[in-house]
Write a protein that binds this ligand. Structure first.
Ligand SMILES: Cc1ncc(C[n+]2csc(CCOP(=O)(O)OP(=O)(O)O)c2C)c(N)n1
Ligand code: SF4
Length: 336
């Protein structure tokens, strides 16, 4: 494995023309994945339609994510991107793996190939859940990265099966209604139960661990799945420059704890205490985002984030959900 410094100095693969919002966590994830895969091994990405896909493929800057422009014949340096419909990136990755393996078996390919599928949580957990679970179940030797911004962002910020309780989205409005009332799908447990070789929940806010985990995912047996909590500046409505702070607060307060698990070895929850009193207050996480402005407000004098009058019980419900979430992650960590 490379040192963090070595990886940090590699090519992030971003080129002029990306139209991702400034501060988008999807772009930070892509940059880190770009660097990790700059390891001399041919990389093939299958990218399902999502913000990261449409914004790196906008006319006239047709490719705003790529590598190897000075040495296009260098097989290990360049990478290929197979763009596809938003629900099928894992299946296409699996098919690509099969073709690469078949070419290797018949002697037509004598170099290693690493295959990574990326997409959003909307595509992965709604229309694409079947393809995701079957690829994992067939133990395809690919890495699947799901960018979890908890919404269908590029089509208008609709609810997704990963949206957290009470969030205001365009299809679960908070005006005259409570916001989203569906608890999120337990996608981490689903991935483990489907037979994944590795499952992680981690954002680039945990820099070294994120890089190490993506590197490791390229080596494990079976399918590796990395769920990347991805604060979305336009959908979560937070201030410019707070992406990493918000991702860390979300992880540490128990909303999406950092988690790394491997089949046969078990896993661990990282940087998130089991005991609620030792974690940052959930109010602080909510108070940074206008998607929760119906629930909390910042007291002008003390600066503390407090429930809005009449929303105290909703905050208690949310705290109970967060504690359940943390307990669930600790139990999943003990599975082998
Ligand atoms: C079969 C099909 N239905 C609908 C669409 C339109 N569509 C494109 S991307 C997208 C939502 C993507 O949401 P998500 O996967 O969460 O990615 P994000 O935009 O949040 O990055 C939808 C509905 C499509 N491309 N294909
Ligand atoms: S809408 Fe959200 S996920 Fe999409 S590019 Fe902007 S910040 Fe990123």
């Amino acid at each position: 494995m490379s040192s963090f410094k070595e990886v940090a100095l590699k090519d992030s693969c971003f080129r002029a023309g990306s139209t991702l919002c400034p501060g988008c966590m999807e772009s930070v994830a892509f940059q880190n994945i770009g660097r990790v895969t700059d390891n001399g091994v041919k990389t093939i990405f299958t990218i399902g339609t999502s913000c990261a896909e449409v914004s790196t493929l906008a006319f006239p800057n047709v490719v705003a994510w790529g590598r190897g422009d000075d040495s296009s014949d260098d097989f290990g340096k360049t990478f290929a991107i197979l763009h596809n419909v938003f629900e099928s990136a894992p299946t296409l990755a699996e098919a690509t793996r099969d073709v690469a393996d078949a070419l290797t078996d018949c002697g037509a390919l004598d170099r290693k190939v690493q295959i990574i599928s990326t997409g959003g949580d909307g595509g992965a957990f709604s229309i694409g859940l079947r393809t995701l679970l079957h690829t994992i179940h067939r133990r395809a030797r690919v890495t699947i990265v799901i960018l979890v911004n908890e919404i269908f962002a590029n089509t208008g910020f609709q609810y997704s099966p990963a949206t957290m309780p009470y969030a205001d989205t365009s299809t679960t409005p908070a005006e005259g209604a409570p916001g989203n009332m569906n608890p999120p799908l337990d996608y981490i447990h689903l991935a483990i139960a489907a037979g994944a070789g590795m499952v992680a929940q981690l954002s680039p806010a945990h820099g070294k661990l994120f890089v190490k985990t993506v590197e490791r995912s390229l080596e494990v047996e079976g399918t590796a799945v990395i769920f990347v909590p991805a604060p979305c500046i336009s959908g979560w409505k937070f201030e410019d420059g707070q992406t990493v702070e918000l991702a860390l607060l979300g992880a540490r307060s128990g909303v999406f704890p950092a988690f790394v698990w491997e089949k046969g070895k078990g896993g661990s929850v990282k940087d998130c205490e089991r005991n609620a009193s030792e974690r940052p207050a959930i109010e602080d996480f909510l108070g940074m985002q206008r998607r929760f402005a119906h629930l909390v407000a910042r007291d002008k004098e003390s600066g503390a984030v407090k429930p809005r009058p009449g929303r105290e019980q909703d905050i208690e419900n949310l705290k109970a959900w967060v504690q359940g979430n943390v307990e669930r992650m600790y139990s999943l960590a003990s599975l082998k």
